[in-house]
Design a protein around this ligand. Structure first.
Ligand code: PMP
Length: 976
């Protein structure tokens, strides 16, 4: 940032690479080519001397020289403390600052070791663990410099945060835009009003003073995330407040398109605090210092441009610096402070302690004795079948629930009616304050003494001293400025807005930070801080003792971990608690919506009303087992066989894919009187004993290949992307390999099982010609062929209803589950009559709930809906579009090796190197974690877990498909 203080700075002395080479050789005895680096107020050139690189720094002759010694000493000190920083090279004469003649005048020059790596500023997105490490690095610098001092450390610099107010006042006249000038001055005043009383409690020491992301060097973690571990540019080293470096670090993150000032500040501060605990005063001062730093950057850039309108660097910076100022100015400082306090686990602020004793003396609205507790949480029963997406429908459901009575909606609840789908950013869904539902005209009263203010958003604010009470939805009859007494009428409940999902109501908030006007809904990641500022009015207003919302995803996860087997895994290290689904979307308890890109089981979309209606009706009538005689089983069986070619005419009903596969294996064995089965290496067919034995996905079981029983014979997976054969004759070659496997089976195989598209490998297409050849070989050897349609059947591939149809083959046995019940357990096996009859040798077949009346009507509803909503057509259309858009990412991003699959069964394979196809495993998982934050759920699959699953419900729209691709594109570009 440089030593600039108001006043003109003479330009840096130009030094050519040739001059630099000669200078470095003569002054330091180092030999190597030179190239200019970006220079601001001093001249910097990089020197590459064999394996070691250096930076030659020629100081601006206008500046004092003792600071060069200060900088060198600080760098040495930090290097000795183990930090990766530039180190001054000592010249043969023993000095590390050499005075030499350049262009006829003496110049002070230094040679520093070069700190290799990317700048942290190069990464557009920084994940939470990266922010934590950044904070820790900043703390290590502070700790490293704690015992360092130097006579030159006290110097008057523009970027000494202690002087920020002075700098803003001095430079504000350069801000040409009047509204901006007014804003920066007022924001600065507010920050300093908060800082002034804390100033004498802030630790002061030598600090780096420009610990921004552009002065931090980062390596790369295994998952491709930056690891900030080096510091450069000690040009501003000075004595200042220790915590100011942390503020500078935070501010440097805030120009990024998706930065979230408070959340980012929390993450960096938590890292810092974990390494070097902050004092109470420092925690309280941190946000005002963030704001102060932002004001200095904004006025400084305008000042530079006022003096030098052609300064291209400043032109580029200007909108970013002002964006930062706007962003931090939008945050109520009280909120930021509570957010930081809770993240760091330090004591609550005085304002909260002061307000804790406040008690109301009158009710705001006279409610019924026992008002209706209206449930509009994510789990409500009130808004079924997607009614929450339609405000008018929601409103009439709520009115119906009230049935003429008064009602109440709790504070701190994720509100289903506020959910926004396909949003990359969190949206405000958590309700702040209590909402009271009562007829238009119901009087609204003051809960205590106070003065009336008009809230900027039309709310009525009652200032009660240590708290404000904010009431929305009231037609006020008292004027701003009026003093009121407890119980005094403030106005009456107004008509609800036309687009409101609620009937007439008021929302009441109690705010412990007088003057702050909280919004009615806040984003989930800041809800804890908002709730600290706005406690539950219910208990304070004495209305209802018990409206506990009680959603705690982390608590539920800990209980899950205690009660569920660890190997029954869940997605994500910190999974959201998903409690609702609708079409292609899922919603967590706090109201964040996610686009579901993985759920081929919910083929129709989540909570499809056809399934709900069929199951509900049948549950009320009868649910029993297939030993009884009822119509639904017969109709479902007939529908299935109508969808299959001859001679597949006989159905067995089960509940899952694993059971279907297990049964299919028994069928081919009994029909042939043989035991051995051929399957593909890397295929997955289920978890039951036999299904597991023919499954060899390495991501599910890394030891799968070593532990196969003797009856299982593996042939290579015909993967033309990463398998052994990739050319035009791949199908033939793979088929030939399978043929030799078959030939090696003594007595011949009972059968062959494979998916018609390798689903678990990530939608890898089986090359045309392979399956017909293999079916021929197996049948010639007396075996039967099983097509496992569990993943890809039922129209998902778009072009055909069954995966095998695409290959022009007819299997002997078909297995199906997953989509067959759209989430309800429905599975079946279909075969020829004589194969089924041969099974009598094994006795009878019975699956207690397989083909139950409920499963059968659900199965029929699913088939009807796929037909009626043309979901196979949608798979073809939206799948084709999605495939095309994903393919375009291959050209954009080297990490995207290829896109597998067809229809709505696709896979995005990530590789570190396109020639070796080294799988990008850690990256794939980290990318999925980032996509979750951006509102998309997908997960890696394949032997190496490097293929992103793309198999959404078949009702997905083109808009949602685009949302997914846009987010993936963003993550690949901006980082994860
Ligand atoms: N076959 C295939 C191809 C599968 O992908 C799966 C499950 N992923 C199964 C069978 C087993 O199905 P289920 O989980 O319903 O037992």
């Amino acid at each position: 940032m440089g030593e600039r203080f108001w006043g003109d700075v003479p330009p840096a002395t130009p030094v050519s690479p040739e001059q630099a080479v000669a200078l470095v050789r003569s002054a330091f005895g180092v030999d190597g080519p030179a190239r200019p680096l970006g220079s601001n107020q001093e001249t910097n050139l990089r020197i590459d001397a064999g394996d070691v690189s250096y930076v030659l720094k020629v100081a601006n002759p206008a500046f004092g020289h003792d600071v060069l010694y200060l900088q060198n000493a600080a760098m040495r000190h930090l290097a000795a403390a183990g930090l990766r920083v530039p180190e001054p090279v000592v010249a043969p004469d023993g000095s590390d600052v050499v005075v030499t003649d350049i262009g006829g005048s003496p110049h002070h020059v230094r040679l520093l070791t070069y700190v290799a790596g990317d700048l942290l500023s190069d990464a557009e997105h920084l994940a939470a663990p990266v922010l934590d490490r950044f904070g820790r690095l900043v703390a290590r610098v502070a700790a490293g410099l704690a015992d360092f001092d130097h006579p030159a450390a006290d110097r008057p610099l523009q970027y000494d945060t202690r002087r920020a107010a002075e700098v803003v006042d001095a430079l504000a006249p350069s801000v040409a835009d009047v509204s901006r000038r007014t804003k920066v001055l007022s924001v600065s005043d507010t920050a300093w009003a908060a800082l002034a009383p804390l100033a004498h409690d802030l630790r002061t020491q030598v600090v780096h003073a420009d610990l921004a992301d552009y002065n931090v060097v980062a390596g790369r973690d295994g998952d491709g995330r930056p690891v900030p571990d080096g510091i450069i540019d000690f040009g501003d080293v000075m004595r200042s407040w220790l915590v100011a470096d942390l503020a500078t670090a935070i501010v440097s993150l805030l120009a990024r398109p998706r930065s979230r000032p408070v959340q980012d500040a929390r993450a960096v501060a938590a890292g810092f605090h974990g390494e070097l605990p902050l004092t109470h005063a420092e925690v309280a001062a941190l946000w005002p210092l963030v704001v102060a730093r932002a004001t200095v950057l904004a006025v400084s850039v305008d000042d530079i441009l006022a003096a030098d309108p052609d300064n291209a660097y400043a032109r580029e910076e200007q909108p970013l610096d002002w964006r930062i100022l706007d962003r931090v100015a939008d945050v109520p400082p009280e909120l930021a402070e509570e957010a930081l306090r809770s993240a760091l686990g330090v004591r609550v602020s005085d304002r909260i302690l002061a307000a804790a004793g406040w008690r109301p003396e009158a009710d705001v609205v006279d409610l019924d004795h026992d008002p209706v507790r209206v449930d509009l949480s994510v789990r409500t029963d009130l808004l079924a079948d997607g009614a929450w997406t339609d405000p008018a429908a929601a409103r009439s459901s709520v009115a119906g629930a009230l049935a003429g009575r008064t009602g109440v909606l709790p504070h701190d609840e994720g509100r289903l009616t506020e959910v926004v789908v396909d949003s990359a950013e969190e949206t405000p869904t958590v309700a702040l304050g209590t909402t009271l539902l009562a007829p238009v005209g119901t009087p609204v009263r003051a809960p205590s003494d106070g003065t009336i203010r008009a809230g900027a958003d039309g709310s009525v604010v009652l200032a009660c001293g240590v708290v404000d009470v904010v009431v929305r939805g009231v037609r006020a009859t008292v004027a701003a400025g009026a003093e009121v007494v407890p119980g005094q009428v403030l106005g009456a409940i107004d008509e609800a807005a036309e687009d409101s999902p609620l009937p007439p109501h008021v929302n009441v908030q109690v705010v412990r930070a007088p003057g702050v006007l909280p919004p009615p809904y806040v984003e989930p990641s800041l809800a804890d801080a908002w709730v600290a500022l706005c406690p539950d009015p219910v208990s304070l207003l004495g209305l209802f003792p018990d409206l506990d919302v009680g959603d705690d995803a982390r608590g539920v996860l800990a209980r899950r971990d205690r009660v569920v087997a660890t190997v029954q895994e869940h997605y994500y290290a910190r999974p959201p608690q998903i409690e609702r689904g609708w079409r292609q979307h899922l919603v967590d308890t706090r109201g964040r919506a996610y686009l579901d890109i993985v759920n081929n089981v919910a083929v129709l979309g989540h909570s499809h009303p056809a399934v709900t209606a069929a199951a509900t009706r049948q549950l009320r009538l009868l649910n029993t087992n297939s030993r009884f005689h009822y119509d639904a089983l017969v109709r479902f069986g007939e529908r299935i066989t109508e969808l299959l070619p001859d001679p597949l005419d006989t159905v067995f009903f089960v509940n899952s894919g694993s059971e279907a596969v297990d049964l299919a294996l028994r069928l081919v064995r009994t029909a042939t009187g043989r035991r051995d089965v051929v399957c593909l290496r890397g295929g997955y067919h289920g978890w039951t004993t036999a299904a597991d034995e023919v499954s060899t996905t390495l991501n599910d079981n890394p030891r799968a290949l070593e532990t196969r029983p003797p009856w299982v014979h593996l042939a290579p997976m015909p993967n033309v992307y990463r398998g052994e054969h990739r050319g035009p004759d791949a199908a033939e070659r793979y088929a030939a390999e399978l043929s030799s496997v078959v030939a090696g089976i003594e007595g011949g195989p009972a059968g062959f099982i494979a998916e018609p598209m390798s689903g678990n490998a990530g939608g890898v297409l089986v090359p045309p010609g392979y399956l017909p050849a293999v079916y021929g070989t197996v049948r010639a050897a007396g075996g039967l062929c099983i097509s496992d349609e569990v993943q890809v059947g039922y129209g998902r591939t778009g072009s055909h209803f069954w995966g095998f149809e695409e290959h022009g083959i007819v299997p002997d046995v078909v297995t199906m589950a997953k989509a067959a019940g759209s989430g309800h357990p429905v599975g079946f096996v279909v075969t020829r009559r004589e194969v089924a009859e041969a099974f009598t040798a094994e006795g009878s077949f019975f699956s207690s709930v397989g083909g139950s009346p409920v499963s059968s009507v659900v199965g029929l509803a699913v088939l009807d809906t796929i037909r009626d909503e043309d979901l196979q057509g949608n798979a073809l259309r939206v799948g084709g579009h999605l495939h095309e858009r994903l393919r375009a990412l291959v050209d954009e991003h080297p990490l995207v090796g290829t896109v597998h699959g067809e229809g709505l069964y696709l896979g995005v394979e990530l590789v570190r190197d396109r020639s070796t196809l080294k799988p990008a495993i850690a990256e794939a998982l980290a990318i999925c974690e980032r996509l979750l934050e951006l509102g998309v759920i997908t997960y890696p699959t394949g032997d190496f877990s490097n293929v992103l699953k793309v198999k959404p419900p078949l009702c997905i729209t083109e808009a949602s498909a685009d949302f997914f691709v846009d987010r993936l594109d963003e993550v690949l570009r901006a980082g994860w």
